[in-house]
Design a protein around this ligand. Structure first.
Ligand code: ADP
Length: 254
């Protein structure tokens, strides 16, 4: 049986049109990020800029699971946001597959994110008025996938995360672990090349967290996964753990 938590067979990522392209799924080069640095309404009176990343260089392979660890405020989430194109760093480049995200318009970055990146948050962020299946199908609505295909893909993904019998349940009818599994299914719906997860077990007890980690381990078998976490169990599923301090990589885990 095809495991639909893995990549869709036959879908391959073209890397042929860029001579410099490496085999990396993600490549951050000399990335520095200051929050509040450009056009900030705080700038004039008091300097409220925060340097969240300093000269970060990091490469993540196409089927590598990388953990990001470091104290709170060390820049883990900022790296995830930069990879997902949710922010453009003040300096340096972020390449996702062949694409330098900093060269794209906001619209272009949104498109690349929708097609290539799945995002899992600590707090799930499911839409409370939609069923589990409709939540999973949501990224496919944005991608213009026909309804029948959306429904099929969402149903299958829910089966694969062990929630085939919960498809019509609303988020508040599900446990925390079940909600996170729905959120993972949603992140996988467009078959992303890269999954980023910010404290994916942060809201879960140990047993439920272990189920979610098992799922993420499967998901990471053939795609890049970047996990930011404080939790040792979560970091233990990574092939490599990168350590950050004050926005710098102090150990890249190699
Ligand atoms: P971590 O995920 O390791 O806790 P973050 O990437 O969230 O770290 O934060 C890195 C630094 O950037 C921290 O000093 C934090 O306060 C600051 N920061 C994060 N988000 C913002 C924001 N939207 N505006 C201003 N500062 C921020």
């Amino acid at each position: 049986m095809i495991n639909r938590l893995l990549r869709v067979p036959g879908r391959s990522t073209s890397r042929t049109d860029d001579e410099d392209a490496s085999s990396a799924a993600v490549r951050l080069a000399d990335v520095t990020h200051e929050y509040g640095s450009s056009g900030s309404r705080f700038r004039s009176s008091r300097d409220r800029t925060v340097t969240a990343l300093r000269d970060v260089t990091l490469e993540i392979g196409p089927d590598e699971v990388v953990g990001l660890q470091g104290p709170s405020g060390s820049g883990k989430s900022t790296i995830l946001h930069a990879i997902a194109g949710l922010l453009v760093p003040t300096e340096g480049t972020v390449r996702l597959l062949d694409t330098d995200l900093s060269t794209l318009s906001d619209r272009g970055r949104t498109r690349v994110r929708r097609e290539h990146v799945g995002i899992v948050f600590q707090r799930f962020y499911l839409l409370s008025s939609l069923s589990a299946r409709a939540n999973v199908a949501l990224p496919l609505v944005q991608a213009g996938v026909p309804k029948r295909h959306r429904r099929k893909r969402a149903t299958e993904l829910l089966e694969d995360v062990g929630l085939g019998d919960r498809a019509t349940h609303l988020p508040n009818e599900l446990s925390g672990g079940e909600r996170q599994r729905v959120a993972i299914a949603r992140a996988l719906a467009p078959d992303p090349d890269v999954l980023v997860a910010d404290e994916p077990t942060g809201e879960l007890d140990t047993g439920t967290g272990a189920e979610v980690l098992e799922l993420l381990t499967t998901v990471g078998r053939d795609r890049a996964v970047v996990l930011a976490s404080h939790d040792e169990d979560t970091l233990s599923i990574a092939d490599r753990v990168v350590t950050l301090r004050d926005g710098r990589v102090i150990d890249d885990g190699r």
